[in-house]
Design a binder for this molecule. Structure first.
Ligand SMILES: CC(C)(COP(=O)(O)OP(=O)(O)OC[C@H]1O[C@@H](n2cnc3c(N)ncnc32)[C@H](O)[C@@H]1OP(=O)(O)O)[C@@H](O)C(=O)NCCC(=O)NCCS
Length: 129
C-alpha cells in the first residue's frame, strides 16, 4: 500500500485531512500507474478512473518529495497517457490544484472554466484530447 502512504503524505495531510479510507479507487476499470526506484520504493503515482462518457479522469498525482523536479512527474504522465491511448481512451481530464496548473499546462492540458474550491483549496478543471 505504498500508494496510500504517498497520497496521504502529499495530498491529504498538508490539508489536515484524515487518512484516505476511500474504496472507490478500486472500482472496476480504475487503473493505477506508478514509477518505482531501484529499491522498489514508489516514486511517482497517478490513478485513472473511467468516466461514463468514455473519457478518463486522472487523480491523485504525486511524486515523492525527494524526487520532485527531476522529470518523474512528466515521465509518469506520458507513460500513463500512452498506455491509456493504446486502450482506446481519447480524452483525459483532471482537477488540478492551483499550485500544479503549470505542470499540467506543460504537458498540454488546457484550462476548462473557472477556478473553484475543492477540499478548501483552489482547483482548475483541465483537459487534453
Ligand atoms: C506537481 C508534481 C506532480 C510535479 O511532478 P514533478 O516530478 O515534480 O515534475 P517534473 O519534474 O516532471 O516537471 C515537469 C515540468 O513541469 C514543471 N513543473 C513541475 N511542477 C510544477 C508546478 N508545481 N508548477 C509549474 N510547473 C511545474 C517543471 O519545471 C518541468 O518543466 P520543464 O519541462 O520546463 O523542465 C509534484 O511536484 C508533486 O507531487 N507535488 C505535490 C502533490 C501535488 O501537488 N500533486 C498534484 C495534485 S493536482
Amino acid at each position: 500500500m505504498q500508494e496510500r502512504v504517498l497520497r496521504d503524505t502529499l495530498l491529504r495531510q498538508p490539508l489536515g485531512l484524515p487518512m484516505d479510507e476511500e474504496s472507490l479507487d478500486w472500482e472496476d476499470g480504475t487503473r493505477h500507474f506508478g514509477l518505482f526506484d531501484e529499491a522498489g520504493q514508489l516514486a511517482a503515482y497517478v490513478l485513472a478512473s473511467p468516466l461514463p462518457d468514455g473519457s478518463v479522469r486522472l487523480r491523485q498525482m504525486a511524486v515523492s518529495p525527494e524526487r520532485q523536479s527531476s522529470g518523474l512527474g512528466r515521465r509518469l504522465m506520458l507513460e500513463a497517457e500512452a498506455e491509456l491511448r493504446r486502450s482506446g481512451v481519447k480524452a483525459l481530464s483532471l482537477h488540478a490544484r492551483d499550485t500544479a496548473i503549470g505542470f499540467y499546462e506543460k504537458l498540454g492540458y488546457s484550462r476548462i472554466g473557472d477556478i473553484y474550491l475543492e477540499l478548501g483549496i483552489p482547483h482548475q478543471l483541465m483537459g487534453k484530447e
